[in-house]
Design a protein around this ligand. Structure first.
Ligand SMILES: Cc1cc2nc3c(=O)[nH]c(=O)nc-3n(C[C@H](O)[C@H](O)[C@H](O)COP(=O)(O)OP(=O)(O)OC[C@H]3O[C@@H](n4cnc5c(N)ncnc54)[C@H](O)[C@@H]3O)c2cc1C
Length: 456
């Protein structure tokens, strides 16, 4: 592969933009094709009447040096905002009330979030046999190791908050590799956590600080806007609808407002969701297309609402709350946006970003706006003690939001490796490869570029 060969990056979400940025930086001539009129994919921020709305991710964790350095390199250091200290406090709903998640051994012993039976059950964990099989659901894994109550009141709401997913279907090995590795390497989660820390100390390794949560003054789109300015050209409103390989070169079928054309490239990186990739793969490897088409992306509605401070009966002293499925409510959780980051709502108002649907209640995510609004207002009134009506509401419905790494997902992950090995010059980067967060998507792009450069 010569750098004189043109590169096509399909999709201008954060994965595609990062891939294009690093390839360009390494001397490649890059073209980006994006189906919509917007760069950033699910990352989208809007400022309306003094309210800052993030329609997709609201923040991300500074989990890697790669992400940290990229933000600096893009000149966004001064735009970056870290989550406020108070947002370390998080709540879980139990019996219709918000209970803080314990953050220390003492508060764990004192909390009413878990019963004494559940707390004592944790003591058995180091003595339990490892779970059988190398691909079991997160629910089976946690039920076995930590017990039912921990599954219902810690893991279930956590998974709803991160994946909009269901621990009964998600794969421990593919979706939660660090947790899985603790059992595999140490035979126990608790022993693994203790011994892992001790071993680090022995090797005189400084334990990594806990990843900090950040966004930008004007929301997450600041990040993808900065990338967008550096890469180019981006051809908007253009879908890649076909992929053929002739003599080791790639022919892309492009569709722009009803017009079809073909363009040839020496290297192609796809960053589109697996359901959009499946029809492209079906032309070159039909047997691999169906598993890609089958990856489930549940719908999620993001409902941003602002209320007058005087209409809120409790202090918003935390990140927000998550809802366990057993509580039978109609939202997955709610983030207290104006508590976490500054300048999200005008003086005198507080804003909430609530999530509806996911694998738990997919139909709810696609309800008409008025119904969604009523549903969220009623839940916030009962859980947070709000008395008035929202002063501002903005709703975004994602039809296919987040890929679910279900049991068996390792086979899907292997498809990308097989295709890359079988067709030199064809590559993949995206939230379907190594994790679903913004930080994981950035790392996926980085790994793909390193592979192209021959560094890994
Ligand atoms: C509601 C929501 C909340 C989230 N919250 C968080 C959070 O708080 N923190 C966090 O870290 N992560 C969060 N995530 C996850 C994270 O935002 C995403 O996983 C990540 O941004 C995905 O980036 P991507 O580039 O891989 O994919 P995408 O953003 O999906 O980008 C793919 C791009 O490809 C384009 N495309 C599709 N088909 C074609 C085609 N045929 N031809 C050309 N272009 C095409 C699409 O239009 C899109 O622009 C959230 C996700 C959602 C949906």
């Amino acid at each position: 592969m010569s750098k004189r060969d043109r590169v096509a990056v399909i999709g201008a979400g954060v994965s595609g933009l990062c891939t294009a940025y690093w390839l360009q930086k390494n001397g490649f001539e890059v073209r980006v094709f994006e189906k919509t009129a917007h760069a950033g994919g699910v990352i989208a921020s809007e400022r309306v009447n003094g309210f800052l709305v993030d329609l997709g991710p609201n923040s991300t964790l500074e989990t890697s040096e790669v992400l940290k350095e990229l933000v600096e390199e893009l000149g966004l250091g001064a735009e970056k905002v870290y989550a406020s200290e108070v947002s370390n406090k998080r709540y879980i709903v139990r019996n219709g009330k918000l209970m803080p998640i314990p953050m220390s051994v003492l508060s764990f012993l004192q909390t009413g979030l878990f019963s004494w039976k559940a707390k004592l059950r944790l003591l058995q964990e180091p003595f339990l046999k490892p779970t059988l099989g190398d691909d079991i659901s997160l629910a089976d894994f946690v039920h076995h190791r930590l017990g039912r109550e921990f599954l219902d009141y810690a893991i279930n709401p956590f998974v709803a908050g991160v994946y909009a997913g269901d621990p009964r279907t998600l794969s421990t090995a593919a979706g939660f590799p660090k947790l899985y590795a603790l059992e595999k390497n140490y035979g126990s989660l608790i022993r693994g956590a203790i011994l892992g820390a001790r071993e680090r100390k022995k090797r005189k390794e400084v334990a990594k600080d806990r990843a900090r949560m950040f966004s930008f003054r004007d929301g997450m789109q600041t990040f993808t806007d900065a990338l967008k300015e550096k890469v180019g050209p981006i051809t908007y409103n253009t879908s890649v609808t076909g992929l053929q390989i002739r003599d080791g070169r790639f022919e892309l079928q492009l569709e722009q407002e009803g017009h079809k054309q073909q363009q040839e490239f020496g290297l192609v990186v796809s960053s589109v969701p697996t359901h959009a990739l499946a029809p492209l793969v079906s032309e070159i490897a039909p047997d691999m297309a169906q598993p890609l088409a089958d990856v489930y992306y549940p719908p999620v509605a993001v409902v941003y609402m602002a209320f007058k401070q005087e209409d809120i009966q409790r202090e918003l002293d935390g990140f927000g709350f998550l809802v366990p499925e057993v509580e039978k409510r109609k939202i997955l959780g709610s983030i207290w946006s104006s508590t976490i980051f500054p300048d999200r709502a005008p003086e005198g108002y507080a804003s909430f970003t609530s999530f509806v649907g996911g694998t738990r209640q997919p139909d709810n995510a696609l309800l008409p706006d008025e119904q969604l609004k009523e549903m969220v207002v009623s839940e916030l009134k009962s859980l947070v003690g709000i008395t008035g009506e929202p002063a501002f509401t903005k709703i975004k419905k994602w039809q296919k939001a987040i890929p679910q790494y279900k049991v068996g997902y390792k086979k899907v992950q292997a498809i990308f490796e097989k295709l890359e090995a079988q067709y030199p010059g064809l590559h993949f980067a995206g939230n379907y490869r190594r994790g679903i967060s913004v930080g994981d998507s950035v790392l996926s792009a980085h790994e793909t570029v390193e592979r192209i450069l021959g560094n890994i």
